[in-house]
Design a protein around this ligand. Sequence first.
Ligand code: ADP
Length: 233
Amino acid sequence: MPLTSEKPIVIQISGLKKTYASGESELTVLEGINFELMQGESLAIVGPSGSGKTTLLGLCAGLDIPSAGSVELLETKLEALTEDGRAAFRGENVGFVFQNFQLIPTLTAIENVTVPLELRGINNAEAKARQLLDEVGLGKRTTHYPIQLSGGEQQRVALARAFINDPQILFADEPTGNLDGSNGGHVVDLLFDLNAQKGTTLVLVTHDLDLAKKCDKVLKLRDGRIETEMASA
Ligand code: ADP
């Protein structure tokens, strides 16, 4: 075991600001956002509706670009990449989970899981997809279509899909927002099992306090600024 166990920093956010044009003036929806996360750490972004959580997640994932400041993932500054470059970077390094699952209704569970790799021209991912579906408890549902699955099961398929490219970072927007307590709890447990097994860094937007409590850090936004930043208990 090496003595230096310090993990690498995988997310470094500095001086992040986002403004939108509003008539003749500017509307600032995020400002003064700084934080960093090490490999395997988990962060919950919480705060009231309209406080900037989704905007911050989109900037961190390179889906949107900041008006000022920097987003560095895995030592790559996203603002230095083109839009295509950011998309390729996400395809290789990042996974996503959404509140409304966003499965493709015409594809089976296993076909949904392999989509991110197929988009990158990588075929023959079936065995890996099957293994991931097994890990989320859906080994017997691989040929079901989304409509034949419950909400909790659909989100488990979405989790398997998010991990198919072995992402170093996973972004999730209200991953339990459409699930009832027990299904939500199951998805949260799976998320953290996968995080522990694979060392994935997690960034989650959530209203779910049980989920936030499980994260290493919690960032509370108010009116586009960090109101409090705490290590979770
Ligand atoms: P949250 O996720 O915390 O509910 P959002 O990040 O969705 O908050 O929104 C933060 C603020 O930014 C809100 O006031 C919202 O109206 C504003 N906003 C978001 N997107 C746009 C946009 N494209 N143009 C103008 N204002 C926007």
